[in-house]
Design a binder for this molecule. Structure first.
Ligand code: ATP
Length: 335
């Protein structure tokens, strides 16, 4: 069991404030995903938690014990990186056993721990192989296995799937979800750029913006009830449509936002009139890009194959309940 508490954490690199007063409480066994734009400080926050970076201010504690100044190897934390860093001349078994040998555990205990981790990760048939005889996804699993055998209280993942191709990413994502179920007491923190990974793996998502926590919440809460324009625009792919000026003023807001799947396209009627710029057919659904005047084109996500094509005059509609309103500071109204 391990509750992680981050209090008033600051991190500076020289003159740059990278993390600013980060406060987070992560209960035991929770799977938390950090997301945010490139450079917002996700990896730095993870490295501060692991102890690979020292903090400039604030404290970190695990189960109420202050670990801010405890060396990385004594925090009970394991980190899995996107580059797997396996020992090339050692078998899968020896790669996984290495840290336990250093700890001078007995042979039988090492064997039992490695076999147990291998079973959880479906690595049993591969234990005698060398890393170069494995696929990228299998190597990633060995890297996770190496961390599991140490029985960490907290597991940190820094974009573990980003080197894998699309199909393997999906497969390994499902394996991580299974792993999470088989380690219900282990607290896991995961950094990703991938919206699907964040939405599907997280118990809670932490959205970081320029070194600050912008919002923390369950994936669907962030999707359906973003607290700010920033979160509304960041969570969701394709992105939420955002409109200002007259369009927003009619709703009494500075900016309004509508999810692509909440818009319908038709040939006429009341709504936002525009012209189709382009239609993308993905098979199960289509994205229709519509120019309704100044600003970004609107994106409509519609099931099946849309009949609307480049040049068609169309009208977009959304029900009022699906229009989110934001004030001049970017805060959600009606919350
Ligand atoms: P990405 O999604 O691109 O990986 P990130 O959110 O993980 O980004 P970080 O890697 O945490 O971002 O970096 C946050 C900021 O800190 C960036 O502006 C980066 O340039 C800066 N930074 C990171 N490490 C150092 C360092 N050792 N020295 C100076 N600046 C650093």
């Amino acid at each position: 069991m391990a509750k992680l508490t981050i209090s008033n954490l600051d991190k500076r690199f020289g003159a740059f404030d990278i993390l600013k007063n980060v406060n987070l409480e992560i209960p035991s066994g929770e799977f938390v995903v950090f997301v945010g734009p490139s450079g917002c400080g996700k990896s730095t926050l993870l490295r501060c938690i692991s102890g690979l970076e020292t903090v400039s201010g604030g404290t970190l504690s695990i189960d109420g014990v202050d670990v801010t100044k405890v060396p990385p190897s004594q925090r009970g934390i394991a980190m899995v990186f996107q580059s797997y860093a396996l020992y090339p001349h050692m078998s899968v078994f020896d790669n996984m056993a290495y840290a336990l040998k250093i700890q001078k555990l007995g042979k039988a205990e090492i064997e039992a721990k490695v076999r147990d981790a291998a079973r959880k990760l479906q690595l049993e048939p591969l234990l005698e192989r060398l890393p170069r005889q494995l696929s990228g996804g299998q190597r990633q699993r060995v890297a996770i296995g190496r961390a599991i055998v140490r029985d960490p209280k907290v597991f940190l993942f820094d974009e573990p799937l980003s080197n894998l191709d699309a199909a393997l990413r999906v497969q390994t994502r499902l394996e991580i979800a299974t792993l999470k179920q088989s380690l219900p007491d282990t607290t896991m923190i995961y950094v990703t750029h991938d919206q699907v990974e964040a939405m599907t793996l997280a118990d809670r998502i932490v959205v970081l913006n320029a070194g600050r926590v912008e919002q923390v919440g369950k994936p669907l809460d962030l999707y359906e009830r973003p607290a700010s324009l920033f979160v509304a625009g960041f969570i969701g792919s394709p992105k939420m449509n955002l409109l200002g000026g007259e369009h927003a003023a009619r709703f009494g807001a500075t900016t309004i936002g509508v999810r692509p799947e909440h818009l319908t396209v038709s040939a006429g009627g009341e709504g936002w009139a525009g012209k189709v710029l382009r239609t993308e057919h993905l098979g199960s659904e289509s994205y229709v890009y519509v120019d309704i005047g100044p600003g970004e084109p609107m994106i409509v996500r519609t099931p099946g194959t849309s009949a609307f094509v480049h040049g068609n005059a169309v009208v977009l509609q959304a029900s009022d309940a699906d229009v989110l309103r934001f004030d001049a500071k970017g805060a959600r109204m009606d919350r």
